[in-house]
Design a protein. Structure first.
Length: 330
């Protein structure tokens, strides 16, 4: 690493504490003037750094520049995020992750981007991904569990993301089956999991877990603003994107390790917002109506149909689940 990168890593590890120019110069093996030049170079790159006479330097609480060093400083993981790659812009973090996974990227590799120019969600829907406002990240995992267990990934990850968001902003969240996080009735996050099967189709070669979180205030326009929002607009808080990203990564490792136990389903059920409502959904192209009555042990949505029978909706076959105002099953 060059002087600028080492300086950023050192400041990241110091957290809210100032580090004097003299100490930095000694640690980096350069002059204090070289430290000052490196600070200015970081500021030119978009980092916000506080400086104070007789105290030194620290990363400002107002900093909004994403950085692998700043994210890593808050990780408590063994593998997840220990190989982290941060981009200014990509087409899609999932697309980049799949390319890297195909080339042999290790388990736990995480790709983070400040902006996506082709962000997407389930069924190829676009995901608005402007610079400076969100977290767009994808984790690569190479799990040893079965394909059946792999179907639980998205629901488990949604709990980890919801918990991370709540820890950083103090506002409660809900999960719309199966992959959206809501705050005050509008969407703040989408999750897209994609998998590559092994040669015998009995196990996963790898899976990529894409997560897009709307963090800072952004005008989504009249068409989207009724259904999409961001954390700052709902809470008034400018959440640190690096810290939130780290909290999500920490949660990802915990949820993937414990996924086979299905213990997370209790939390998932408590957060899930469709249950108890009449809904409409498209299943294999056919629109159906019913009342959502719960989540089964495979994280499928249980729908009570008008004739009294129950249908368990699998995330791969159902789409566009919406709360429906008409009175259906009771």
């Amino acid at each position: 690493m060059n002087t600028k990168d080492i300086l950023l890593k050192t400041l990241a590890e110091s957290g809210e504490n100032y580090v004097s120019g003299a100490v930095l110069a000694e640690r980096l093996g350069v002059s204090r003037n070289a430290v000052w030049k490196a600070v200015k170079a970081l500021e030119s790159d978009g980092f916000t750094i506080d400086s104070a006479t007789s105290k030194g330097y620290r990363i400002s609480g107002e900093n909004n520049r994403l950085s692998g060093e700043l994210i890593s400083a808050h990780l408590s993981t063994e593998t997840m995020g220990r190989n982290i790659i941060v981009y200014d812009e990509v087409e899609s973090t999932n697309t980049t992750a799949k390319e890297l996974a195909h080339s042999g990227a290790v388990d736990g590799t995480v790709i983070v981007a400040d902006r996506q120019n082709g962000g997407r969600g389930r069924l190829g829907r676009s995901f608005v991904s402007p610079s400076g406002t969100g977290i767009y990240m994808t984790a690569i995992i190479r799990p040893e569990f079965s394909i059946e267990t792999a179907s639980l990934i998205t629901s488990a990850v949604s709990c980890a993301v919801a918990e991370a968001v709540e820890k950083q902003c103090g506002e409660s969240t809900g999960i719309k089956w199966v992959n959206d996080i809501y705050m005050n009735g509008r969407k703040i996050c989408g999750i897209l999991t994609e998998a590559s099967m092994g040669l015998e189709m009995k196990s996963l070669d790898y899976a990529v877990i894409g997560i897009g979180i709307n963090v800072r205030k952004y005008d989504f326009g009249s068409e989207l603003s009724s259904i999409v929002t961001d954390i700052e607009s709902e809470t008034g808080k400018k959440v640190d994107r690096n810290l939130l990203c780290a909290e999500v990564i920490n949660g990802l490792e915990r949820c993937i390790k414990g996924i086979e136990s299905r213990d997370y389903l209790k939390e998932y059920r408590s957060r899930e917002i469709l249950t108890g409502n009449n809904i409409s959904a498209f299943v294999n192209g056919t629109k159906i109506f019913g009342k959502a009555v719960g989540i089964d042990d495979n994280a499928n949505l249980i729908l009570k149909l008008p004739d009294g029978t129950e249908k368990h909706l699998v995330s791969g076959e159902a789409s566009l689940c919406r709360i429906d105002s008409r009175l259906l099953a009771k």
